[in-house]
Design a protein around this ligand. Structure first.
Ligand code: SF4
Length: 306
């Protein structure tokens, strides 16, 4: 091996080591041309034997090395902003119970009637089955309801529960709410209730409408004249509208007496009329009416001899 070949081998070996370390080699075109020309003159010298192929992991080998830059590192291209993103999962519609729960937390801090927000102990949202077929609407919370945060829990509430059970439902199978969600204040009075004003009812009515739109019961029952006025407007008397079907936002509405009205001894006879109204409601819901219930409304047989 000539000294030139030895030197050339050393250069090539150095280049190989450089490449294996991932470094690039900067050489001018003229330098490379001179190197190429010198190798072309080597045939006059003793040509070195062809070296065996050497694995890339053997940096000490003196295999011929092409003067090529190291392979560029492959980097995944960043997604273009215009490329469509993977579709997100479709939103699952909220259940009635979830929608009512969200609404309840919204109304809990309502101060649209500042005087009521100041005097109330709780916002009486409503109670019952969000999927109820039957919904009762009263006028406003009283003292007991204000304390317990649930509509119809006092004596009138107990009578309403009895009416519901007599119809064949459990109390928690229907839905119960009021036109007004806060107890009407009674300034200077430590007891007693008052009826809500028209302005208070109109302020709170959108909440009830939203509740009814979520529940969509098959039948609504308005309990008492104030509830009827709140739902239907005007100044109708309960005695003139009860027992007949009305419509509220596309839902059949049956007005009847308020349970607290029925609790007064002088109104005992009105209980029978209330029961008539509830049988109409049962009929509207397609529920079975027993023979005993039907007989209750048949005219009593005239005594013999008359
Ligand atoms: S009565 Fe209704 S509108 Fe008025 S403060 Fe209470 S929740 Fe709000």
């Amino acid at each position: 091996m000539s000294s030139f070949t030895t030197a050339l081998d050393a250069v090539l070996g150095h280049l190989e080591v450089t490449r294996l370390h991932g470094r690039t080699l900067k050489a001018s075109r003229s330098a490379l041309a001179a190197l190429r020309a010198s190798t072309e003159t080597v045939p006059t010298l003793a040509a070195p034997p062809a070296p065996p192929p050497v694995a890339a992991s053997a940096p000490s080998a003196v295999a011929p090395v092409a003067l090529v830059p190291p392979a560029p590192v492959q980097v995944a291209p960043a997604p273009k902003p215009s490329e469509p993103k993977p579709a997100s999962a479709p939103a699952v519609p909220l259940s009635k119970a979830e929608r009512l729960a969200a609404m309840r937390s919204r109304t809990a801090s309502c101060v649209l009637c500042p005087h009521l927000a100041e005097s109330r102990k709780s916002v009486v949202f409503g109670v019952g089955d969000p999927d109820a077929r039957l919904m009762f609407v009263g006028e406003a919370p009283g003292a007991d309801e204000d304390v317990q945060g649930e509509p119809f829990v006092g004596r009138a509430g107990q009578l309403l529960t009895k009416i519901i059970q007599t119809m064949g439902f459990a109390r928690d199978e229907v839905y119960i709410a009021n036109i007004l969600k806060c107890r009407p204040d009674t300034p200077g009075q430590s007891y007693g209730n008052r009826a809500p004003t028209n302005e208070e009812m109109q302020t709170c009515l959108p909440y009830l409408e939203e509740q009814i739109d979520i529940i969509r019961p098959e039948v609504l029952v308005a309990l008492g004249g104030t509830a009827v006025r709140g739902l239907l407007g005007g100044e109708p008397k309960i005695t003139s509208v009860r027992g007949r079907w009305h419509d509220f936002r596309g839902i059949p509405l049956m007005p009847t007496f308020h349970p607290s009205f029925l609790l007064r001894p002088e109104n005992e006879s009105k209980k029978r009329l209330t029961w008539e109204d509830m049988l109409s409601v049962k009929e509207r819901l397609g529920l079975e009416i027993t023979e005993r219930e039907r007989r209750y409304f048949l005219p009593k047989a005239a005594p013999a001899g008359e």
